[in-house]
Design a protein around this ligand. Structure first.
Ligand SMILES: [Fe+2]
Length: 181
């Protein structure tokens, strides 16, 4: 990943407070579809559920499909207007905020929803690095970042995964966009 600078000044403290007190869309492994009705009732992301490649990734893995791996906020359910000033040019495509509670994890995977090889992909933590906030990108453990640091993936579908064995939530903004104006 390449470092693109720090934009802490664009992130409002109140956004983080709102995210911490609001429930997002729960993301779970999908090992089978037999109980998809239950999942719908639990407000689990149907976009992921309907994506066969991403589904297969977890379906073939050892993970229990009852686990909640993270909560997502995007333009369907974000509880505030995401205005990042100078960085709004990066918000014209897909973006989503991942909130991960202590104990939650996202197995190593490659994103498959709306992924294009030539998309620009960014990763921006909204909290300073804390011990126990584990993010793996292409076999590298990313540490010692600051809130608002902006990193760019090498490719939209780089291998990545995370686990929170810390004492507070992880919050990260992810961006995937074809054209940067
Ligand atoms: Fe991902």
């Amino acid at each position: 990943m390449d470092y693109y600078g720090n934009y802490r000044h664009l992130i409002k403290d109140e956004w983080i407070e709102i995210l911490l007190s609001t429930k997002g869309i729960e993301i779970s492994p999908f090992q089978d579809n037999d109980d998809s009705k239950d999942k719908k009732e639990k407000n689990i992301d149907q976009t992921l559920a309907n994506n066969s490649a991403e589904e297969d990734l977890f379906k073939n893995g050892p993970y229990d499909d009852n686990l909640i791996m993270a909560e997502i906020f995007d333009n369907r359910n974000c509880p505030f207007e995401l205005d990042l000033g100078d960085l709004n040019k990066y918000l014209q495509g897909d973006w989503w905020i991942v909130k991960q509670a202590p104990g939650q994890f996202m197995p190593l995977h490659r994103d498959t929803t709306n992924v294009h090889d030539d998309n620009h992909r960014f990763w921006m933590p909204w909290k300073d690095y804390e011990a126990g906030h584990v993010f793996i990108h292409e076999n590298k453990f990313i540490t010692n970042y600051k809130c608002g640091d902006l990193y760019r993936y090498d490719k939209d579908n780089d291998l990545h995964g995370s686990v929170n064995i810390g004492l507070s939530h992880r919050i990260v903004l992810q961006i995937s966009q074809k054209e940067i104006p």
